[in-house]
Design a protein around this ligand. Structure first.
Ligand code: GLN
Ligand code: ZN
Length: 759
């Protein structure tokens, strides 16, 4: 009997980030493209073997990419923007991804609600689509040479179009009739590769709130693609949410199977009846592809048993919820992790074992497990049992505090608070400040890492940090900035810094996940109830305040951002975890205020990232996200001014939610959009103060005084000077001191000029 174990996709960056390293070497012209290709091949083979050795029957192919698989799909279709047309193959690919001396890179954006970013295809009516199937065909042959018969992953035509943009701003779906013939040709080519081939067509766009237009295209598209040849098994896959609307259509097409995510799209259950009637195969996504926790195998078996009451057992396949691209690769390099915690975790390689074991037990019974598999299964039961009761996870004290919590907002109405604050803080209209971090010099990074490695003492480390803070303050004073910051030299990352000091937070050595191209992130993880053993920022901020007569801003990361940039425990609802973090932060704010800090900024850089994919779930997210921001700042007295910062510019849909957060001042990222995006603040009669970034910190360019004067004038057309702050549009840590100094001096000069002109 076949095992029917399946995986949607595997990470490609390499368990030691080998792909990252070779790409960066190649881009720096320190190795040839041959070296890149050689490594790519090694990685592919290694990853196929991982899957095969773990007993996965449906091994993934064409999930590998040198940069991004949407970009690969654009190349496959010859959807190449004009500005890159004359480049040779090798140069072409990376130029599209990263730009070159003549042309800007293509845009990059978030892959649904993950932290992966894809290249946005640019389509035009003049495009001449033609098939370039060599990557896929070659990979199939490479795998076959290794004795591996793989399923071929493709990005579906509707998802490709749905994620693209048209250079003339028209609707991408209009181009479907041009693209579909290429997909048909591709499938024909693929069908020649073997007696039977399985093709997985990813259509995650189906999980969004679909326009009737898109829904109407599903049937004609898949009717056409499924009848190309009769030796092909076509599986259409979605993930990250339920796709019931699309499933209802897909069951009436001749495709062979449907892949659904039963973890993040529990509602998929509603379509089982239909799937069963249509005799489609069902790929059951139940091993979490985007989190790090061990699967609860017994629960998975129970879910499968329920599903098999409706869908014939023989039609089921056991799979990951989505591509394992979104999880780290292997636990084997985690040498420093707490032994207990490590038993609760599975990365991609360990998840393969879980898929295999679940499918073996489900189809063949527990006795079919070999010795090693039995051991893993027993450990799994044990680990899940421990996780339910472990004291390092379950902290009664924290749970009681959350349970009895009653302070949901700060005292006083904004209108009264702001009067009091202006009296005490005495800042002028168009007050100048920065977002928090100053340039992170090599020396600062070295000191932090030396301290971590214990090669310098705590004293030595603190002295170095304090020197940095001193310099940072002197510069700000000389420059004439009004509200100062300490510069954040002690922080490697705005989430990790807090995670390291909160109880309930863990860290990995090698838990890297691809973010885009060669870039990876290593999110910390929340394993248990969160509390704050001691103050986290008070010493640094008090030190900084003691060095200046001006006001020093305290600097914290908000609860929603901390949550959204971590792997979160899956044994508690996210909103409860978020509330625990919020309460811990409220204690920090109280301590800062007691230490004499008068302005505290609570960054919510990732507030928007947490938005659900489906409209129907947005209210619920907004409710608890706003609740928890307000809890975090609830300890602030009326005279303590609360700032927040957000790294985006589009507030049109969420302006009321932002207003409800009730911060006194919000700084935002508008530098690149003039004053257009600010207008919404006026339209809705937004009352709180706003600091729209007046220059773009993502570029080393120093904006001139004149430029910033004009920018400020644009802002003043929309909001009155009493309501405006002047600041850069994000933290300065990625910039160099040189350009930072010049830019901030120009910014202050621009403000002085405007003030003079106004009097
Ligand atoms: N305070 C942080 C900094 O300046 C904010 C960073 C961010 O918004 N991403 O670095
Ligand atoms: Zn920012």
């Amino acid at each position: 009997m076949s095992r029917k174990s399946y995986v949607i996709g595997f990470p490609r960056i390499g368990e030691q980030r080998e792909l990252k390293k070779v790409l960066e070497k190649f881009w720096a012209k320190k190795c040839s493209f041959n070296e890149v290709e050689k490594l790519a091949k090694e990685l592919k083979v290694r990853h196929w073997k991982y899957q095969k050795d773990a007993g996965i029957e449906y091994v993934s192919l064409n999930d590998f990419s040198l940069y991004d698989n949407i970009l690969d799909t654009a190349i496959m279709l010859n959807a190449i923007p004009k500005r890159f047309k004359n480049l040779k193959a090798e140069e072409l690919y990376f130029s599209m991804a990263r730009g070159n001396k003549d042309s800007l890179a293509m845009e990059m954006t978030k892959w649904f609600n993950t932290n992966y970013h894809y290249i946005v295809p640019e389509l035009s009516l003049d495009d001449e689509y033609k098939l370039n199937a060599s990557k896929i065909i070659n990979e199939y042959k490479e795998a076959k040479a290794q004795g591996i018969k793989a399923k071929i992953n493709l990005i579906g035509p509707l998802t490709f179009l749905g994620l693209s943009k048209r250079v003339d701003n028209k609707d991408c779906f209009e181009l479907l009739h041009k693209i579909l013939p290429i997909y048909e040709q591709l499938l024909e080519e693929i069908s020649k590769l073997d007696e039977v081939v399985t093709v997985q067509i990813d259509e995650p766009i189906f999980v969004k709130d679909n326009e009737p237009k898109l829904l109407s295209l599903i049937k004609p598209t898949y009717d056409r693609l499924s009848i190309i040849t009769n030796n092909m098994k076509i599986i259409v896959t979605t993930y990250f949410e339920h796709s019931n609307e699309a499933t209802k259509v897909l069951v009436n097409t001749p495709i062979w199977g449907i892949g659904l995510d039963f973890l993040y799209g529990k509602e998929n259950i509603e379509c089982l009846e239909l799937i069963s009637k249509s005799n489609k195969k069902l790929i059951v996504g139940l091993v979490d592809g985007r989190n790090i926790w061990k699967n609860n195998i017994q629960n998975s078996l129970e879910l499968l048993s329920n599903i098999s009451k409706i869908v014939d057992k023989e039609s089921l396949f056991i799979s990951s919820s989505c591509s394992l691209l979104h999880s780290p690769i292997t636990l084997k390099y985690e040498e420093k992790m707490d032994e207990n915690i490590k038993t609760w975790i599975s990365y991609a390689v360990e998840k393969l074992d879980e898929i295999n074991i679940i499918s073996k037990i489900f189809f063949e019974g527990v006795n079919s497990l070999n010795e090693n598999e039995s051991k893993i299964y027993e450990e799994n039961i044990q680990a899940n049992h421990n996780r339910k009761t472990s004291e390092i996870i379950h902290d009664k004290k924290v749970q009681n505090i959350v349970h009895n919590y009653s302070k949901f907002q700060r005292d006083g109405k904004y209108e009264d608070r702001i009067k009091l604050q202006k009296e005490i803080l005495k800042y002028k209209d168009l007050a100048t400040t920065t977002i928090g971090s100053f340039p992170q010099t090599p020396e600062v990074r070295l000191a932090r890492s030396d301290y971590k490695k214990k090669s310098i003492s705590k004293d030595e480390y603190e002295t170095q940090m304090k020197n940095y803070i001193d310099d940072c303050i002197s510069f700000q004073e000389e420059c004439g900035l009004e509200i100062l910051v300490h510069g954040e030299p002690e922080r490697n990352d705005m989430v990790e810094y807090f995670g390291e000091q909160l109880k309930g937070y863990g860290f990995s050595q090698n838990g890297w996940v691809q973010s885009y191209g060669s870039r990876c992130v290593k999110p910390p993880f929340i394993y248990g109830d969160i509390s704050r053993p001691k103050a986290m920022t008070v010493d640094w901020i008090s030190y900084a305040q003691s060095k200046t007569a001006k006001i020093m801003k305290g600097m914290l990361t908000g609860p929603v951002t901390i949550l959204n940039w971590s792997f979160v425990r899956d044994d508690k609802p996210r909103d409860e975890v978020s509330m625990q973090i919020a309460i811990a932060l409220s204690h920090e704010i109280d301590d800062l205020q007691k230490a004499g800090i008068k302005i505290i900024q609570v960054d919510e850089a990732a507030f928007k990232e947490g938005y659900p994919l489906k409209k129907e779930k947005i209210k619920e997210y907004e409710n608890w996200a706003v609740r928890d921001f307000k809890i975090a700042v609830s300890s602030a007295k009326e005279q303590t001014q609360i700032h927040t910062h957000m790294c985006y510019s589009e507030f049109n849909d969420i302006i009321k939610t932002i207003e409800n957060m009730d911060a006194d001042v919000i700084s935002i990222e508008t530098a690149r959009s003039g004053n257009e995006l600010l207008k919404i603040f006026k339209e809705v009669g937004y009352k709180q103060e706003v600091g729209p970034g007046v220059y773009d910190i993502h570029s080393p360019r120093v904006p001139s005084v004149e430029e910033m004067v004009n920018q400020i004038k644009l802002l003043l057309e929309v909001l009155p000077k009493e309501q405006l702050w002047i600041n850069p549009d994000c933290g300065l840590k990625t910039r160099k001191w040189e350009e930072t100094k010049l830019s901030l001096q120009n910014m202050v000069e621009a403000v002085n000029y405007i003030r003079k002109e106004n009097t």
